[in-house]
Ligand binder design. Structure first.
Ligand code: SDX
Length: 430
């Protein structure tokens, strides 16, 4: 809490309210409006929470103007180059990078929680073969609480920690099983002798009839994408996890709610929507038309993978993914014409005053789908990839929330625009 304040004066009554400023270690301060209603009788109104901080957090810091992203103080560029997804998951949860002994114990514990209950297979088989994998993942993760009656006491730190481990460990297994069901292949059980991303890829692609030949470039590229998608402070799905968590709901219900929120095309669903958009544009020569359509408010069309609530500069993750695109496609000998469309689209949009004035830049979703496609991940699994990675951030925020003494149930107010009080009219008189 800082000792600085702001003075608000109500021009109608000349009453004033002195409100304290709240500051963190980095970033802009906020006005604590806790006593505004008592002093002046007013609430605040901020649809979409554009200018509203919902909590304190020590996990991730974003400077949207400078295009800075830090996980527990470490720049995303350094973690992308030097870390691994599982080490980043440890960092997000525990606040510090692990020693090799700590990482070994963490990796061993995650590895030995990767199996999903056999009866979950029947649950997945209850879906139609063409069910969207995000629907299957959301339902299956929510159902996990049905298997852990003995460890759902969220007041017990050890049970909270174990739930976090189980979620990080099992979400990839469930995700791969959903995919295998959609192509009518038998599921592959997690292999404990493989590292996290390689294990996932084996569960996704290994066929019963022959061992999977996996190019190491594929697992490394996936690990990088998982690092970049692991957390992003109070984004819509993380805020959803926190809101559900504020009611005391179990962690599996909280993460299932986060998966549901992530699915929206304005959020994590954008990576799937970008590939569809690039395919619809089809050729670099059609890019100009697409940009004009995106500027036309009546078209209802937006450039998917462009714009961001916080970044008013390049999303640093998009910069890393764009560079990785070229490396991965070259290493795999893939020539994807959609990459040319994306590069042309970026060039045209970034020179257009509409996008410049609104500070609309490519975000994390703009290029990620091109890499996923090169890794032979099917388009409808792109947002599932995002969910696997973001599970680390979601559980880190859920754990942080339960250690925060300021946590209370989330319950926003509203501006009522409905009918004023009126008497009931019997149906005979309507
Ligand atoms: C993610 O929050 C996070 O951190 C999310 C995320 C994470 O890691 O968790 O970073 C992941 O969700 C990235 C965003 C993926 N979504 C998309 O790519 C969908 C396309 N983008 C937009 O729908 C939009 O940019 C949002 C949702 C990302 C941000 O929306 P805002 O902050 O509410 O901005 P806005 O809708 O108020 O737009 C401001 C202006 C508007 O024009 P004006 O009314 O001022 O004239 O910019 C325009 C919008 O019409 N605009 C776009 C646009 N995005 C915004 N115009 C065309 N194409 C776009 N993509």
């Amino acid at each position: 809490m800082s000792d600085k304040t702001v003075l608000i004066t109500d021009s109608a009554s000349a009453k004033t309210s002195t409100l304290p400023l709240v500051s963190g270690n980095m970033g802009e301060p906020a006005v604590d409006i806790g006593k505004l209603h008592k002093d002046l009788g007013y609430f605040t109104f901020d649809p979409g929470f554009v200018s509203t901080a919902s909590t304190r957090s020590a996990i991730t810091f974003i400077d949207g103007d400078k295009g800075v992203l830090l996980y527990r103080g470490y720049p995303i560029e350094q973690l992308a180059k030097q870390s691994s997804f599982l080490e980043v998951a440890y960092l997000l949860i525990n606040g510090e990078l692990p020693t090799s002994a700590q990482f070994g114990a963490f990796e061993d514990e995650v590895t030995h929680h990767t199996m999903m209950q056999e009866s979950l297979k029947n649950f997945l088989h209850g879906f139609h073969y063409d069910a969207h994998p995000m629907a299957m993942l959301c339902g299956a993760v929510a159902s996990l609480s049905a298997f852990y009656h003995d460890t759902l006491d969220i007041s017990d730190p050890e049970q909270r920690r174990l739930a976090a481990i189980r979620l990080i460990a099992k979400v990839p297994t469930i995700a791969a099983a959903a995919y295998r069901y959609s192509i009518d292949w038998p599921i592959r059980y997690p292999r404990n002798n493989l590292e996290y991303c390689t294990r996932f890829l084996h569960m996704m692609f290994e066929v019963p009839s022959e061992p999977l030949q996996l190019n190491p470039v594929v697992a490394k590229a996936l690990d990088l994408l998982f690092i970049l998608h692991a957390d992003h402070e109070q984004n819509a799905s993380t805020s959803t996890v926190r809101l559900v968590g504020s009611t005391g709901a179990n962690p599996y219900a909280c993460v299932a709610a986060g998966i549901a929120a992530l699915w929206g095309p304005a959020h994590g669903g954008a990576n799937e929507a970008v590939l569809k958009m690039l395919a619809d544009i089809g050729d670099a020569k059609n890019v100009g038309k697409a940009v004009e359509k995106a500027k036309d408010k009546n078209s209802g069309f937006r450039l998917m993978g462009f714009g961001h609530r916080v970044y008013k500069n390049f999303d640093p993750r998009a910069t890393i993914i764009r560079e990785t695109c070229h490396q991965v496609l070259a290493a795999l000998g893939v020539n994807d014409p959609l990459l040319d469309v994306a590069l042309e689209l970026e060039q045209v949009a970034l020179k257009d005053p509409y996008f410049i004035e609104r500070k609309l830049y490519p975000n994390v979703d703009f290029y990620s789908g091109i890499i996923y496609k090169a890794l032979k991940i099917p388009t409808e699994m792109f947002t599932v990839m995002f969910a696997i990675a973001r599970t680390a951030g979601w559980v880190a925020h859920w754990l942080e929330q339960h250690q925060d003494k300021d946590t209370k149930i989330g319950r926003p107010r509203q501006i009522y625009t409905g009918a004023t009080t009126r008497d009931y009219t019997p149906i005979t008189k309507r």
